[in-house]
Design a protein around this ligand. Sequence first.
Ligand code: SF4
Length: 392
Amino acid sequence: MAGCSIARADFLLSMQKGGSAANLWYRFPGSGGLLGLIVLAVSVFFREKETHLHTNQPKPFVIPIFLPHAGCPHQCVFCNQRAITGAHRPFSTEDARAEVERYLAFPRKSTGQTIISFYGGNFLGIARSRIQDLLFLAADYVGQGRADGIRFSTRPDTIDAQSLSLLDSHPVKTVELGVQSMDARVLELSKRGHTTRDTVAAARLLREQSYEVGLQMMVGLPGDEGLQSLETAQRIVDLAPDFVRIYPTVVLEKSPLADLWRAGQYQALTLERAVDLCNDVSGIFYDAGIPVVRMGLAASESLDADGAVLAGPYHPAFGHLVMSARFLDKARALLRQKGISQGQVVFRVHPGSVSAMRGQQNANMQILESLLGIRPRVREDVCLERDQVALG
Ligand code: SF4
């Protein structure tokens, strides 16, 4: 059984390195379409397994509709959605319909809900008529029973009673806010154009109106030396979101940050520092019982293209690296607690966490063996939570 899980995780990583599901599909057009279909179907299955490593909840099947920079009042310092999403032209409502149909056509094993999701822009900043078109489109799928709900991401300063009234007659379940930081100076240097007060007010109003709330934060922004990220996480916990996403800042070509980086006015986090910091930040959320549904940008052909990422901790398996660091910390703490420093030691983890326990390319096993002098083994235990490690 252990070998089965490891093979699955390794396959996922190789899929991530090769590109996103959508990009793989486009790579096999025409006569290669069937192969593309198979690859995408398998990829969808493994992507469902990949996120939410920390929870045993059924995962939603998310149909992402990317609307790069739609509704953005300006370009935030770190952002270039065209590089992130690979979409280089405005997305029409008909494009959105085709994308939904494409995702719905794939066989999948997920028992979670199917959610049509609008990402990559500032949803409530888009013109009202266009918002309505997109919402009616998604609501139509919910009405037909082919999807279960709608979610979108938007800026905190777009949330007020009037903008939320636009959603009234639509099955919107979840709103994700781009918080990025709860530090005023970091927000200013990142040219976000909103305040922490906007974020607090938006999260409260969404909760009052019973939306599921997801909050997105970043580490490594200009002016953030780590402490600000930890404080941001703590202040996000106070807002009681249903889930969070954590993104390390990377320097994307054609973003304002690229100019600062070239001028020597911004220094990116190293991969090692970003993993450590995200380990600490995610620990704050885990301790508060708040799921972390993603860490790091999703790999894509556009991000993997030469010159797209100029600097910073971009890694196709970033979340896995952070989870591996977390499991290594847990294993070390257990060894310290029990006073174990030699001999064979069996670590039990949930089957879905074997790969994180072993670490990237077995790195955790090698560290435990060479630095701590034990002979580690990993055993699956379905009775444990995803985030747990036990001995014996
Ligand atoms: S971070 Fe959000 S609001 Fe800022 S430019 Fe990017 S998509 Fe637009």
